[in-house]
Ligand binder design. Structure first.
Ligand SMILES: C[S@@+](CC[C@H](N)C(=O)[O-])C[C@H]1O[C@@H](n2cnc3c(N)ncnc32)[C@H](O)[C@@H]1O
Length: 319
């Protein structure tokens, strides 16, 4: 059990106390300084397992994740507005302080996707694209140059801000579409996608995340791929952690925990082909994984790549 006496937890708690008393989380010198300190504190590999926090620290973590999510949204809105003032916004994306992080994260996600998918996806959904849909923009611009991207966001202002960024680009304006909706209200439309990306901030705690994943398991096309963002070690104080066991209805193919400045872990999973005895109303229950899946995680929390397909030969068991 990790409690508030742990030196790293004490440092994070101190930063939480300062952040939670700020008047506003809009970008400013103080906000930028505190969040930079927080990220640098949580980034290094550590043995901290956020699923084993005492109640008080777990409560602080839940609140901190929400504050980080709010600040991230405000930061993206701020820079989306500035970018919209340029004639060609997409030529100036590097003014966003975390642009190189997105370049690296998208490269990582593309590498993992191509490792498990032989065909180039025709249609991709990005859930939680926001006012600055950098993942879709980077993937569409550099990696998936013939794929169409459908971006979903619950925030009504996200669509208009995002459209202003891509409308000046003749290629992306034809391949990127934006929908204002809670993803929980999208049902049969999810069947159209070969790949669904789920942003780290959709589902801000375990219950919400599991509800979204179960919704996707119910409506995604059998065999379609789900790319999720999670967190590992102390990075779990910045973002929700997705546990492979939360992914009912999917076979987990691989989990990658970056150790550089890319904060999010990447999980790739595939929706099970629909077994004869199941239907959309009753998605397949949890795959009875050998407990080796759990051992891998528990044995070495510093392990940064778990390829479940090699480790567990799931594919053989399913064929
Ligand atoms: C701040 S963005 C981060 C994504 C980032 N721009 C990217 O390209 O990876 C996360 C977005 O998720 C959206 N969101 C949260 N819950 C959602 C839901 N249930 N359905 C759709 N969008 C949601 C928020 O409105 C927010 O704009």
């Amino acid at each position: 059990m990790v409690c508030e006496k742990d030196p790293l937890v004490q440092k994070i708690t101190d930063l939480y106390d300062q952040i939670s008393t700020l008047d506003s989380l809009k970008p400013s010198k103080d906000v930028n300084m505190l969040f930079t300190q927080l990220v640098l504190t949580c980034m290094p590999p550590t043995h901290i397992d956020v699923t084993k926090l005492c109640k008080k620290v777990q409560q602080m973590r839940s609140k901190l994740i929400r504050l980080c999510g709010e600040a991230e949204g405000l930061l993206e809105t701020h820079f989306s507005t500035i970018l919209a003032s340029y004639d060609n916004p997409l030529h100036h994306l590097n003014i966003f302080p975390y642009y190189t992080n997105y370049l690296k994260l998208s490269q990582l996600e593309f590498n993992i996707l191509t490792k498990h998918c032989s065909n180039v996806p025709n249609k991709v959904a990005f859930v939680g694209s926001g006012p600055l849909p950098l993942t879709s923009i980077v993937l569409a611009s550099f990696h998936l140059k013939t794929t169409s991207f459908h971006n979903y966001d619950i925030d009504p202002s996200a669509k208009s801000k995002a459209l202003r960024l891509v409308s000046s680009d003749p290629d992306l304006s034809r391949r990127m579409f934006f929908h204002t909706t809670d993803i929980m209200d999208v049902t049969n439309g999810l069947k159209e996608y070969d790949v669904v990306f789920l942003a780290a901030l959709v589902g801000m705690d375990k219950d919400e995340k599991v509800r979204v994943v179960e919704h996707l398991a119910k409506y995604m096309n059998p065999g379609a791929v789900l790319m999720l963002r999670s967190a590992h070690g102390a990075r779990g104080f910045l973002y929700p952690v997705v546990d492979p066991c939360d992914l009912r209805g999917f076979q987990v193919l691989s989990i990658f925990h970056p150790t550089d400045e890319v904060i999010n872990s990447v999980i790739i999973a595939r929706k099970f082909p629909m077994p004869k005895h199941c239907s959309a109303e009753h998605p397949v229950g949890p795959l009875k994984l050998p407990n080796k899946c759990f051992d891998i995680d528990m044995l070495n929390p510093l392990l940064n790549h778990v390829n479940l397909m090699e480790e567990l030969d799931i594919e053989d068991q399913l064929s």
